[in-house]
Design a protein around this ligand. Sequence first.
Ligand SMILES: Cc1cc2nc3c(=O)[nH]c(=O)nc-3n(C[C@H](O)[C@H](O)[C@H](O)COP(=O)(O)OP(=O)(O)OC[C@H]3O[C@@H](n4cnc5c(N)ncnc54)[C@H](O)[C@@H]3O)c2cc1C
Length: 345
Amino acid sequence: MIIIVGQGLAGTLVAYNLLMRNEAFIMIDEQPQFSASKVATGLFNPINGRRMVVSRNAVEFLKKAEETYLGIEKLIGEKIYFRQNIYQLFGSIKDQNDFSRRNETPDFRHFVNSSPPKEQHLKNEYGAFETRQSGWVSISLMIELFAQKMLEQNRLMTETFEYDKLLQNADKTWQYKQIKADKVIFCEGYKGQRNPFFNRLPIRRSKGELLIIRCNNISKEKIIKKSIYLVHIGNGFYKAGSTYDWNAETESPEQPARQYLAEKLDALLDCEYEITDHLAGIRAVIPDLKVAVGEHPEQKWLYVFNGLGARGAMHAPYYAGALVQYLMDGMELPDYADVKRFWIS
Ligand SMILES: Cc1cc2nc3c(=O)[nH]c(=O)nc-3n(C[C@H](O)[C@H](O)[C@H](O)COP(=O)(O)OP(=O)(O)OC[C@H]3O[C@@H](n4cnc5c(N)ncnc54)[C@H](O)[C@@H]3O)c2cc1C
């Protein structure tokens, strides 16, 4: 029996991989009203941020992501995976020049279209390019429907995991209340800061906020990106985000972020829009910006999968698959992602 603590994006994908292999597991999640996974837009983009570089292993990550999310769609019976190009506006002449330089390399050209048709109702001073093989995943719908399945199968306990109740048996297996487990996997997002077993993991909190807006004039087929993105989530509603706050004291949406996002929207949209909601969640970020995955170097059969930061939608399927292959088949994890790096002094 395997215990998975946390049913956000990370825990759900680990559970999905175990389910596909008919492994016995149980999930424990306190089911908060909001979490990073519950508010995230789920954007995936092979081109990294403002620097406009192809992200490492993009082809491999995208392939695994598509295979995984399409598999989950079959399981839960709903569409959650949306392939959409990103129409990315340049913010300056410098952006245009950087793009032209990048566009000389074949691996960059593989993902972009340098002269997309012009999108309407945008304040577009410097032109745009388009990224292919990008899109978004409805993470909130995926985890909600996956939770329902798990509840039906008695594989989800909706409670807070109590660390002091996790004890080691004489045969080195783990005992959690009435459950005897040979493996415990912690997929706790930023709340992993409370975990005494993995307290060497330097998890930082990055609060993110986004707005839900209604707008009838802009593209529903493409994601629009400038300093913020706009993703159509259905019926003329869009997610517009997001912010990064490294010093936030609350988990709730706050006025300065709303104002920041509204100013960005005013600078981007050349049409009317209405703000209908405002959401916030906390991302878990590891300072080297890599995930932490693998077995506790000193406590046998305790595992972690955390640090998905702002790119969980694209990266999590790959690492969840790798972790399950590591557990079940003894396959190696990439050194750069292995949690053991925090135990080497
Ligand atoms: C505003 C915003 C926008 C974002 N947009 C994107 C985006 O466009 N693309 C992208 O890739 N990423 C995006 N992200 C990041 C993305 O949300 C994360 O990478 C990902 O969802 C993290 O998933 P997780 O499972 O690691 O953590 P979480 O989502 O935090 O889930 C952890 C779960 O574990 C539970 N848990 C923790 N400890 C315990 C315990 N002791 N007992 C019981 N339950 C416990 C928590 O309650 C929670 O349900 C965004 C995040 C935010 C906040």
